[in-house]
Design a protein around this ligand. Structure first.
Ligand SMILES: [Zn+2]
Length: 312
């Protein structure tokens, strides 16, 4: 089928990417020349591998002439998506966008409902925000409105560190896990306390450990979640249990750095991973521990928490 335009110019140009690839002479009748000029060799190669020349030609011919450019661009887009993600192709991209949308919608609805906050229907959160370089504290009570009591992923660009403590062997152990907006585990740890330590101390130490690690890894938007109201109060209100002066001073120093940190209280169901680290994982791995790839024994809890990424 003749393209029928720009004939004089086309006669003198180089073979298009398609003809070059097939070792054919490219003339003015070449259907693919205007969509795959010589400089689009990479795009053609991807389309060729995904669809084959025969299908490509057939698909382009099946749409009206003035829509072919759009069809060719779409095929290129799809083929490049397959090239980037051989497992899921365009669906992988689609899934990532949907996951991001769900997270944004969750946060949007939590925010718009949360500020009326008189009824105690959901998880009460105490937020502590320290914005860049400022010392002013803002406390805001928010309630969850979705009925979802499990873990919720942080917004894109943020990381969330869940922290908990327990005393499976008598001495207290703090545990924490840091995840991003896609629910991916970035790191996790346990901190074993010295003899005679208490629950608060283990939680403070876990918060310190998590914040230091996040800072070192250049994360600058952090949400700390913990289910102890006492810990959140001590940090947000500056209440200093006598025994923990050093811990709280360290946390204050960390929160005052040039980043954005929030400390929030969550229910147990939203804190399962951290709880598991401070209890069960302590059996698996005695002594302080640190990991980037989560241990297999936590996989089912991590998977459960992913409901908070998929928006249920
Ligand atoms: Zn050609």
């Amino acid at each position: 089928m003749a393209i029928g335009s720009g004939g004089e110019e086309q006669r003198h140009r180089h073979a298009c990417a398609a003809c070059k690839h097939q070792g054919k002479k490219c003339d003015e009748n070449c259907l693919l020349a205007q969509y795959f000029p010589a400089e689009k060799a990479e795009e053609f190669n991807a389309v060729y591998k995904t669809f084959g020349v025969k299908n490509l030609t057939k698909m382009l011919k099946s749409v009206p002439n003035d829509h072919r450019k759009q069809a060719a661009d779409t095929l290129i887009w799809e083929a490049m998506a397959w090239k980037e993600d051989p497992l899921q192709g365009p669906r992988g991209l689609y899934n990532r966008v949907i996951a991001e949308l769900n997270i944004l919608q969750q946060y949007h609805s939590a925010r718009s409902v949360g500020l009326c906050g008189e009824h105690d229907l959901g998880v009460q959160e105490i937020k502590y925000q320290l914005s860049t370089g400022e010392t002013s504290r803002s406390k805001e009570y928010q309630q969850a409105d979705t009925g979802h009591r499990g873990w919720v992923a942080p917004p894109p660009g943020w990381v969330k560190i869940n922290v908990d403590s327990s005393a499976p062997f008598g001495d207290y152990i703090g545990g924490g896990i840091c995840r991003n907006s896609l629910g991916k585990c970035l790191f996790g740890f346990t901190v074993h306390q010295c003899q005679g330590s208490d629950e608060l101390g283990a939680q403070f130490q876990a918060i310190i450990k998590g914040l230091i690690e996040a800072w070192t890894r250049c994360h600058r938007k952090i949400i700390i979640e913990i289910n102890s109201l006492e810990v959140v109060h001590s940090i947000t209100n500056g209440v200093r249990p006598q025994d923990h002066f050093i811990h709280l001073s360290k946390i204050k120093e960390l929160l005052g750095r040039d980043w954005c940190c929030r400390v929030e209280r969550v229910g147990n169901e939203a804190n399962l991973c951290a709880n598991w680290l401070a209890t069960m994982f302590a059996h698996e791995s005695p002594g302080d521990s640190f990991f980037e790839v989560p241990p297999i024994s936590i996989a089912s809890i991590l998977e459960k928490d992913l409901a908070g990424v998929r928006g249920l």
